[in-house]
Design a protein around this ligand. Structure first.
Ligand SMILES: O=C(O)[C@H]1O[C@H](OP(=O)(O)OP(=O)(O)OC[C@H]2O[C@@H](n3ccc(=O)[nH]c3=O)[C@H](O)[C@@H]2O)[C@H](O)[C@@H](O)[C@@H]1O
Length: 438
């Protein structure tokens, strides 16, 4: 008995039997059918070749990723363990110390927090993907600074679930300070996918690793003042509306607040979200206005100052980095435990959101005049109407909740903070105008 496949796929091309063969019509049909079968077989052959080529390529990709991985191995694990070990003196009033995984450790806020944690005796391991959103050499310099203080930074992406699982295998982290993100309000119009990749997909991969870890760490992470979006009640309080984002960046940060809430609810992860208000200072981000203005002013290039509707100046609640670091450490210290194990919730865990701002907004033209004073150079200002680029006209934080629960109390005003920034900038990039490329 012939199998069905034999009918559909004859083994010898051109040998298809046609019932009642004999007439010219039938011969033609025969030839035609035979050549169709030949073509069909060739097509099958090509499909098979393509499939085997593709699977070979994916094997090569996977294995090259595996072999080129910058992590793993006994030496690597020893470095991770040493970096994660708390070094507080025995009997210290602050307790035994934490082991903190800091994501985005070679970023601006990440590097400052990692150093502060290490200096007070906590264990810190960093992870950073050193992407090229801004000059990676600045990130490498921050990494070198951390390394000189005994903080090890793994080069890797928070979207790499295998790496995260490995890190939790090697160290039972008590806390995660999650600062890795695609930052910047206006860049979201140029590269929207990078925001989804880091702020949504990366966040979920990290939360999955935290939820599976045993013990589960408490998580403190960076949200943003931009979640207030079109809210016009001032000062911004945590209870105000945050469902009107003005940029995709803000929308992904808001999404992060909802996503972390669901992990808190389902898996008992302790979550603290921090809404940072325009953080600035030494070792800052070159994409931010105070930084790029400084570079342009020193290089004699014009700066673009945006202005709001009806000629109203834009204003920001600029917050100095040291104040933000205190808010982050205060959040870690008061986080409360995650309750789950092995992906199962054992009871309710804290879910908190705090504003970390300075409570005194300053206009952008005032920011420029403070920089002019410290740099002793006049800026070439080019004032333009604010383009529809996701910017909001002003931000202003109400910090009562953080003050009450974290002991958060900002102490550096914009003038004093920019003076420290300019000092750092000149020492890092050199005193001669534009001596180093950013
Ligand atoms: O608080 C926040 O959540 C956000 O703060 C900053 O965002 P932004 O306040 O826009 O900070 P800058 O990019 O430094 O801009 C500050 C002000 O300068 C203005 N600006 C910016 C650039 C420019 O060329 N000219 C100019 O007038 C902006 O419109 C804004 O009013 C950060 O870049 C975000 O990553 C962060 O999340």
């Amino acid at each position: 008995m012939r199998a069905l496949e034999d009918d559909l796929f004859p083994s010898t091309p051109g040998k298809v039997k046609i019932e009642r063969a004999g007439g010219a019509m039938n011969r033609q049909l025969h030839r035609c059918f035979a050549s169709t079968s030949t073509m069909f077989l060739w097509a099958l052959f090509l499909v098979a070749m393509t499939a085997s080529y593709l699977s070979f390529q994916s094997f090569v990709d996977t294995s090259s990723k595996y072999f080129a991985a910058s992590w793993g191995g006994l030496h690597w694990e020893r470095q991770i363990r040493a970096s994660a070990a708390p070094r507080r003196p025995p009997g210290s009033a602050a307790g035994a110390g934490m082991s903190v995984l800091v994501t985005g450790a070679s970023g601006f806020v990440g590097a400052h927090c990692s150093l502060a944690l290490r200096k007070r005796g906590d264990g810190v391991v960093g992870i950073d993907n050193f992407n090229a959103y801004y000059d990676p050499s600045l990130k490498k310099a921050r990494k070198a600074l951390l390394s000189s203080h005994g903080v090890f930074v793994v080069e890797g992406d928070i979207n790499d679930g295998r790496l995260l699982a490995k890190l939790f295998d090697v160290v039972p982290f008590t806390h995660v300070l999650h600062l890795a993100a695609q930052a910047g309000v206006r860049y979201a119009m140029e590269n929207p996918a990078s925001y989804v990749h880091s702020n949504v997909a990366g966040l979920v991969t990290l939360l999955e690793a935290c939820k599976n870890a045993d013990p589960q760490p408490a998580i403190v992470w960076a949200s943003s003042s931009s979640v207030y979006g079109l809210n016009d009640k001032v000062p911004f309080s945590e209870s105000h509306r945050t469902d009107q984002p003005a940029s995709l960046y803000a929308a992904t940060k808001k999404a992060g607040e909802e996503i972390t809430h669901s992990y808190n609810h389902i898996y008992g992860l302790s979550i603290t979200g921090l809404r940072f208000f325009t953080v600035y200072g030494p070792w800052g981000r070159p994409d931010m206005a105070y930084f790029s203005f400084t570079r342009n002013i020193l290089q004699g290039k014009p700066i673009t100052v945006y202005r709001g509707k009806n000629h109203v100046d834009l204003a920001r609640d600029f917050t100095y980095i040291d104040d933000i670091v205190k808010g982050c450490l205060g959040s870690l210290d008061t986080a409360g435990r995650s309750t789950g194990t092995g992906g199962k919730k054992r009871g309710p865990a804290p879910y908190r959101i705090f504003n970390l701002g300075n409570t005194s907004p300053v206009t952008v033209p005032t920011l420029v005049s403070i920089l002019e004073k410290h740099l002793r150079v006049k800026a070439k200002k080019h004032v333009v109407e604010m383009p529809g680029n996701g910017d909001v006209p002003f931000t202003h934080a109400n910090i009562s909740l953080a003050r009450q629960q974290l002991g958060y109390k900002p102490t550096t005003n914009l003038d004093a903070g920019l003076k420290k920034f300019v000092k750092w900038y000149l020492s890092y990039y050199g005193y001669t105008r534009g001596s180093k490329n950013l």
